[in-house]
Design a protein around this ligand. Structure first.
Ligand SMILES: [Zn+2]
Length: 130
């Protein structure tokens, strides 16, 4: 089934309450994310919109996979940012992402680490909270 891309004025898929053009679209168009949370949100939205180029570009080179295949990725339904903080060039975002499967609504939870280099935030790695 073809995905419906949000138009710029529609609510952003990341659930911020802002329009796509006021939220994640500028990142997708090359503007640097100002905080780890903004980058994390733009990456969630990129998963929804299947923007694999953006996901790879915002992935730190030390942990970036050679390629991404989003064809079989889940149907993301909702993002919930539990907490986020940044200190210097390191940041962390704790989030829950919900998706629909044949068993109903599922949830994945992650604490993601972010690194800033040359003024740009990158996703580094994530772990499931204990
Ligand atoms: Zn957004």
């Amino acid at each position: 089934m073809a995905k419906k891309k949000p138009t710029a004025a529609n609510p952003c898929p990341c659930g911020s309450g802002l329009s796509y053009q006021a939220c994640c679209q500028p990142c997708h168009q090359g503007q640097a994310a100002t905080t780890p949370e903004a980058l994390m949100r733009s990456r969630y939205t990129a998963f929804v919109l299947q923007l694999d180029d953006y996901l790879l570009a915002s992935w730190h080179p030390s942990t970036r996979p050679p390629e991404l295949d989003l064809k079989n990725s889940p149907k993301w339904a909702r993002l919930e940012v539990v907490s986020s903080h940044a200190e210097g060039d390191r940041g962390q975002v704790h989030f829950r992402a919900y998706y629909r499967s044949s068993q109903g609504m599922q949830m994945m939870e992650e604490e993601s680490d972010f690194i800033r280099e040359n003024g740009q935030w990158f996703y580094h790695q994530g772990q499931t909270p204990a």
